[in-house]
Ligand binder design. Structure first.
Ligand SMILES: CC(C)(COP(=O)(O)OP(=O)(O)OC[C@H]1O[C@@H](n2cnc3c(N)ncnc32)[C@H](O)[C@@H]1OP(=O)(O)O)[C@@H](O)C(=O)NCCC(=O)NCCS
Length: 144
């Protein structure tokens, strides 16, 4: 949780950071956030297998990263995740979007698949205790 809070503090200062919330009264039910990858991003640096340079090349307008999406457990399966996902991604000018998700996060894996995402690679992440994550990709604009 401390690492997540630190990461959020860093990310929210970066250009183009966006965050969407779902509230019930004042109560935070869900949120999603993201930001465009910078040309110097380390997003593609720790992959378990190398991808072609033309896939990982970043330039302005190339890739938007959906960095977090979380719905409180008792509010899941009501379309809130989908709504926040679409709110963040609809109308974006980038060519594609990416996110990372743990291989064993069954609900998220199923949700992303049904929303059109595909697994592109796996990443080791930085640090010794960071688990391997799947790197997913979808084209923009979203097609449904
Ligand atoms: C992933 C997550 C955001 C989805 O939010 P949600 O509000 O439940 O999603 P929606 O209701 O919009 O859509 C869910 C769709 O995804 C799939 N899905 C979601 N949970 C599922 C589950 N437990 N089993 C199978 N499919 C599931 C289904 O296709 C579902 O559509 P349906 O309800 O019409 O069948 C939510 O499960 C979550 O917060 N998970 C924990 C955090 C996380 O892992 N985030 C991703 C990594 S950053």
């Amino acid at each position: 949780a401390a690492a997540t809070a630190r990461q959020l503090r860093v990310r929210r200062r970066q250009p183009g950071f966006v965050l969407a919330e779902a509230r019930h009264g004042g109560y935070l039910v869900a949120y999603a956030s993201g930001l465009p990858l910078r040309p110097s991003t380390s997003w593609w640096k720790d992959l378990t297998t190398q991808l072609p340079g033309n896939v990982t090349a970043e330039y302005p307008g190339r890739t938007f990263a959906l960095t977090e999406i979380l719905v409180r457990p008792s509010w899941r399966r009501q379309g809130i995740g989908r709504a926040l996902h679409d709110l963040i991604l609809d109308g974006r000018a980038e060519e594609r979007a990416t996110l990372t998700v743990p291989p064993d996060a069954a609900a998220a894996q199923a949700a992303f698949r049904s929303w059109g995402w595909r697994r592109l690679a796996r990443t080791r992440g930085q640090g010794p205790d960071v688990p391997v994550l799947d790197v997913l990709l979808t084209g923009l604009p979203l097609c449904r």
